[in-house]
Design a protein around this ligand. Structure first.
Ligand SMILES: Cc1ncc(COP(=O)(O)O)c(C=O)c1O
Length: 397
């Protein structure tokens, strides 16, 4: 048994050996600036071209539609603010539609835009965390410039019906005779789900490399040709004026290699992680009283398991698990200072007595059945101990 069991793959993943191999030359000898007019620079520019072609192939789009960014957060900020400002400048509207369960990169970008006169509709979700495509369409008005709905939720793992949402938005936009861009935060989806932008029906899609075996601090923004966009980073004009700044050549080559690997192995990933997740769910529901699985029972990321344990406290469980060598997470659970449940748990209507005691366990293909057996052997006691020390008001009825 390894001394450390890593079950927080939604937070980050290990760098894939092939990604490291692809990056190595650009961290060492091939240090040229891709804008350089000499061989060393051209080598670097060529590596970026190759990476762009590879990412475009995976997403089913043109290489020119790919922008290499900093992490997923930057890609999301660029998509939301870039489209919003461009449309506002053209006098085409100031309204955004998104959901209550988006990552803070989306929610806070919308809050930021409020300072510039934008209004955002934050749509509710059902108790599984699923967005209703008809709700999305109904929220689109003659002022709407952008809709942003995540591909899969990072806390509870629910997969959103993006193709249906795209269809509903298109129908509504057509009826209103206007153009409404659809963005998806696909940061959690790259290991298990298709990222084919035509199948998804999106105009913009954001990825973060470290979630799929790439390096930290690197991401991708797909932007359909013709999407109105005002760049956030002004400067040297790199990335066709869409993201200025000397390119992170090693990060870009690592991102492209990791993405190809991840997308070539989605079936195996889903099978292996799905089995481990099922083992976890069956074991926990059998051995721990008042345990519940959060999120959609089927339409969920195969590696995500999220439980609520009524009357327990996330922080106490996480630190006990850490002491036992098990890395897990609560998603974002409660902010301990205020005892507010996370915005996702609030949106799905989870009561505080449950939301205070949640665990997110996200496996990866390198986890083993023996590791899960071990987690299942210690977890009942970890939960029981937390319940016995829980604050008044949280105890299980
Ligand atoms: C759904 C989702 N979107 C966006 C992000 C932000 O990614 P990054 O922290 O790599 O910028 C995360 C990170 O956890 C995420 O899970």
């Amino acid at each position: 048994m390894k001394t450390r069991i890593y079950l927080d793959h939604a937070a980050t993943t290990r760098l894939h050996p092939k990604a490291l191999e692809a990056m190595r030359p650009y961290l060492d000898g091939e240090f040229g600036n891709p804008s350089g007019m000499y061989a060393l620079g051209k080598e670097a520019a060529c590596a970026i071209d190759k990476a762009r072609n590879s990412v475009a192939q995976v997403l089913g789009c043109r290489p020119q539609e790919i922008v290499f960014t900093g992490p997923g957060t930057e890609s999301i900020n660029a998509a939301i603010k870039g489209v919003a400002f461009a449309q506002q400048l053209a006098g085409l509207g100031n309204h955004i539609v998104t959901t209550r369960i988006e990552h803070h990169a989306v929610l806070h970008s919308c809050d930021y835009l409020a300072k510039f006169g934008f209004e955002t509709t934050f749509l509710p979700v059902d108790s599984f965390g699923t967005v209703d495509p008809d709700d999305v369409a109904r929220a689109v008005t003659e002022r709407t410039v952008l809709v942003s709905v995540m591909l899969a939720n990072n806390e509870v793992g629910t997969i959103e019906p993006l193709p249906e949402i795209a269809e509903a938005v298109q129908r509504r936009a057509k009826a209103l005779r206007r153009r409404v861009a659809l963005h998806t935060d696909a940061v959690q989806g790259a290991n298990a789900l298709s990222l084919d932008v035509k199948r998804l029906g999106v105009d913009l899609l954001s990825l973060s490399a470290h979630k799929f075996g790439g390096p930290k601090g690197a991401g991708v923004l797909y932007m359909r040709r013709g999407t109105p966009f005002l760049e956030l980073m002004s400067g040297g004009g790199q990335e066709r004026q869409r993201r200025a700044g000397t390119e992170n050549v090693a990060g870009i080559t690592g991102t492209a290699t990791a993405l190809s690997e991840a997308q070539a192995n989605t079936e195996r990933y889903s099978e292996v992680c799905g089995q481990l997740s099922r083992q976890l769910v069956d074991g926990v529901l059998r051995s721990i009283p008042a345990a519940r699985l959060t999120g959609h029972p089927e339409q969920r990321l195969p590696n995500n398991v999220h439980f609520s344990f009524e009357g327990a406290e996330s922080d106490a469980m996480l630190s006990r698990l850490d002491a036992l060598g098990i890395a897990a997470s609560a998603g974002s659970a409660c902010t301990s200072a205020t005892w507010e449940p996370s915005h996702v748990l609030t949106a799905i209507g989870m009561p505080l007595s449950r939301a205070a005691g949640v665990l997110r366990l996200t496996c990866g293909p390198e986890n083993t059945k023996e590791e899960i057996d071990h987690v299942l052997s210690v977890l009942p006691e970890v939960v029981a101990e937390s319940r016995s020390h829980a604050r008044p008001g949280l105890s299980a009825k």
